[in-house]
Design a protein around this ligand. Structure first.
Ligand code: CMP
Length: 542
């Protein structure tokens, strides 16, 4: 008992198909040129029905599919075969022509008609061809091959018929005779009809009328079919072209600027190059869940292999994630995620690279490439997006929505932990970068030189305070001698921006100046500042 998908069984089908085609060519020739008289040709003609009978036996021993199950019960198989192709196969397998010619010398024309019964097998050869090649070869190409085959077969039969009817008036050898007849057939069938070979007598004329009618009918059918078939050889491409034509017509109608038009066209050619224009998730949408998972695993194999996070994950987890991944494309410069917004998706990069930017887009925190992912922080920690993500080039991403992400995280704590670790690390990185930036910013708020100086008396001493200076080593403070007008140091190494002068002038204003000694060298002296003498302290009254 053969399984319907058995390799040997498929090879047998192919063999029977080849024998059928061979028979369809050789049997008419054998009648026209009386080949059965040669022993070799005669033997070949007997082999054909032998193969057909063997095929009937094989058919009785081959299981079949019913409602997705393989049926192997003998009675069911027999019943099914008897109800379907058995009669046709049996009629094709009886070598009627050979048997009759053994006993009665029938006229060639009658014999030709009787001998053609093996051609009945051709009726389901198309089905066999589809079964063998349907999943491997483009169906449109198969249909085209079948169409051409039928046309040639009809032409062959008509040629043989024409030789029988018109005889061999020019006394040609077999091959030139056949070629001439074939030439006549093609010119007649294609309605070219040069008229160099014309019928004589009523039988030939009626035959020609019939063939001409057949030719006219076939011509129309062929033209219609071939145009249609060629258009469908690449279904995806013709659909894609249609879509692009429609879009371009619309863009022209709405006067869309040229640059934008080019961007849209570039996007579609990227879609075509990267996935033949198919929307993968829509294609598998209608499949039952088990089949969908298998196909999704197959389609998304590349991304699963690329993402290191998945490599240690179990089968179940991968199945769950893969089923919920939606492919999305971003064009160069697109903002995929905006800092500060609420996040509902995370993304895995399959192709291309993205920049992770600060909210003001001034700092690039990182550049992520194929196999990496982003957008997990907002989902995990329920916080606004920590960064903006921008596509550097065309990016093929896979999107995982929050509800699926949450489900996965709940069911697979190990996976959750690993994602969490990375999220925390990334968050810490961003915080560290932000802190450094903040302190750099503070640094830049600090002035280069000493600005305003505040002076006041505190208990007879003058205390001076001023602002910090950038890149400081220490400060130097000088006081002016009111008698000589010379400056004198009162402090050469102040580490803080304040000092106290215990001996200011008591009867005249005291004048000070300060400078910072910086890592790069001494800064400029400040403008001199003066403080009036301290008011006399009133004696406390007894
Ligand atoms: P989320 O905060 O949801 O959105 C912005 C994403 O940028 C964030 O999740 C992370 O996935 C990603 N991200 C943040 N910081 C870094 C970083 N330092 N390196 C790589 N990716 C980061």
């Amino acid at each position: 008992m053969f399984h319907p998908e058995n390799k040997l069984r498929t090879s047998w089908d192919f063999f029977v198909l080849a024998v059928t085609v061979f028979g369809a060519i050789v049997i008419p020739l054998s009648v026209v040129f009386d080949l059965s008289s040669s022993p070799a040709a005669g033997a070949v003609l007997w082999i054909i029905p032998a193969v057909f009978i063997a095929d009937i036996l094989v058919q009785f021993n081959t299981g079949f599919y019913r409602l997705g199950k393989t049926v192997t019960g003998r009675s069911s198989i027999a019943l099914r075969y008897l109800k379907s192709w058995f009669v046709l196969d049996l009629l094709a397998a009886i070598p009627l022509g050979l048997i009759i010619s053994l006993f009665v010398p029938a006229p060639a024309t009658v014999l030709l008609l009787i001998s053609l019964n093996p051609l009945l097998k051709l009726i389901h050869s198309g089905t066999t061809l589809y079964r063998i090649g349907g999943t491997r070869i483009n169906p449109a190409i198969l249909r085209l091959v079948l169409l051409v085959f039928w046309i040639l077969l009809v032409a062959h039969l008509v040629s043989c018929g024409w030789i029988l009817i018109s005889g061999n008036p020019e006394n040609l050898e077999s091959v030139p005779l056949y070629i001439r007849a074939f030439y006549w057939t093609i010119t007649t069938l294609t309605t070219i009809g040069y008229g160099d070979i014309t019928p004589t007598g009523s039988v030939q004329t009626v035959f020609v009328i019939f063939i001409e009618l057949l030719g006219a009918a076939m011509y129309g059918m062929i033209i219609g079919n071939i145009a249609n078939l060629i258009a469908h050889i690449d279904v995806a491409k013709s659909q894609y072209k249609d879509k692009l034509d429609k879009i371009n017509a619309f863009l022209n109608y709405r006067d869309i600027p040229h640059d934008l038009k080019r961007k849209i066209n570039d996007y579609y050619s990227y879609l075509w190059e990267s996935r033949r224009g198919y929307d993968e998730s829509a294609v598998i949408e209608d499949l039952p869940i088990a089949l969908k998972t298998t196909v999704a695993l197959q389609i998304n194999r590349e991304i699963i292999e690329k993402v290191p996070l998945f490599q240690t994950a179990g089968e179940d987890l991968i199945r769950e994630i893969v089923l919920n991944l939606t492919p999305v494309v971003f064009t160069p410069g697109d903002t995929i995620v905006t800092a500060g917004e609420v996040g509902f998706q995370m993304y895995f990069i399959s192709q291309g690279s993205v920049d992770v930017l600060s909210a003001d887009e001034q700092t690039v925190y990182a550049t992520l490439t194929a196999g990496q992912f982003f957008g997990e922080i907002a989902l995990l920690l329920s916080m606004p997006r920590t960064a903006t993500i921008r596509a550097r080039e065309y990016c093929d991403l896979y999107r995982l929505d929050k509800e699926n992400f949450d489900r996965v995280i709940q069911r697979y704590p190990d996976f959750a932990e690993r994602i969490n670790e990375l999220a925390e690390k990334r968050k810490a990185e961003i915080e560290a970068i932000q802190k450094t930036k903040e302190s750099e910013l503070k640094e830049s708020d600090i002035p280069e030189e000493i600005g305003e100086i505040q002076i006041e008396y505190t208990g007879g001493a003058a205390s001076l305070r001023w602002d910090w200076v950038r890149d400081l080593r220490h400060y130097e403070v000088m006081r002016k001698n009111p008698d000589t007008g010379k400056w004198m140091y009162i402090e050469r190494n102040a580490l803080e921006p304040s000092i106290t002068d215990p001996e200011p002038e008591t009867d005249r204003p005291t004048v000070y100046r300060i400078r910072a000694i910086k890592t790069s060298g001494p800064g400029a002296w400040s403008n001199p500042v003066a403080i009036e003498p301290a008011p006399e302290e009133e004696e406390p009254q007894e």
